[in-house]
Design a protein around this ligand. Structure first.
Ligand SMILES: C[S@@+](CC[C@H](N)C(=O)[O-])C[C@H]1O[C@@H](n2cnc3c(N)ncnc32)[C@H](O)[C@@H]1O
Length: 251
């Protein structure tokens, strides 16, 4: 018997099980439906820790001084806006959900940043950019929602330059004694109830823990990153391992 080096196939978790539509269509519908309350829920449900996680991405990219940066699955644009601190020439945020992008647009207009960032409606699996265009590509809490994970990652590999970097933030499953069961209780019971109440979407915050549960985290995800065209893939577990920052470079 030999051990497979391939990561396990991903079970397909969709936001609205039993309803029609592909994962991609349902994901866009779900984020459109919660877009107006997404930022509020993010801050409250993560107790503000999500801000620190996005800052880790900036810290990691800063020494490479990327000039053109793409933020895939940009949502309401928080990471894309943060990336401006690196003083790039160009930041593009791309997302499937027009509702999330409308929030992002409003935010940059309010802050007078509209000339510095472009938001584009589009699919991570078919990026509308030339090969080797960006110096860095980021994704925060997006890859778990991709319908075809490897397709999304290999598109990122196509549009980033040789020597360019990717940084991916995604939830992971804590293994820290005491923290893990407490977090699980919060993530699977308290968060869905609060999320349902505030977002008025019955499924969105049930889909969140369910999709984290099946996502190939840690070493499994590093293998997928390598397979998608990157080298030097590394992980840094953050906040007791409830979130992981993955980085890699295009060889
Ligand atoms: C949890 S939100 C994260 C938003 C933002 N990056 C943040 O950190 O707050 C996930 C986002 O991924 C987007 N998304 C999911 N699948 C996508 C795809 N295939 N292409 C582009 N965006 C996608 C969703 O529309 C949603 O806005």
């Amino acid at each position: 018997m030999h051990q497979s080096i391939n990561p396990p196939q991903l079970p397909s978790i969709t936001p609205y099980p039993g309803q029609s539509g592909t994962k991609k269509e349902q994901v866009a519908e779900m984020f459109d439906s919660i877009s107006g309350r997404y930022d509020l829920l993010n801050r409250v449900l993560s107790l503000g820790i999500d801000i620190q996680w996005r800052r880790r991405v900036l810290k990691l990219l800063r020494p490479h001084a990327p000039k053109r940066i793409l933020d895939v699955a940009t949502g309401t644009g928080d990471l894309a806006i943060g990336l401006l601190q690196l003083n790039p020439k160009e930041v593009v945020g791309l997302d499937l959900s027009s509702g999330m992008l409308a929030q992002a647009d409003q935010k940059v207009k309010k802050r007078g940043l509209a000339s510095k960032i472009r938001f584009i409606e589009g699919d991570s699996e078919q990026l509308p950019f030339a090969q080797d265009y960006f110096d860095a590509v980021t994704v925060a809490f997006g890859v778990r929602n991709f319908e075809h994970l490897e397709k999304g990652l290999s598109e990122m590999a196509r549009v980033v330059k040789r020597g360019g970097h990717i940084a991916i933030l995604e939830f992971s499953r804590s293994r820290v004694p005491l923290v893990a069961p407490l977090f699980k209780l919060y993530f699977h019971h308290i968060l869905p109830a609060l999320g349902r109440w505030v977002s008025r979407d019955a499924s969105a915050y049930t889909y969140l823990p369910a999709s984290v549960e099946v996502f190939p985290e840690g070493e499994d995800f590093l293998k997928i990153i390598h397979k998608s065209g990157f080298a030097e893939a590394r992980q840094e577990r953050l906040t007791f391992g409830i979130c992981t920052l993955y980085t890699a470079q295009k060889p």
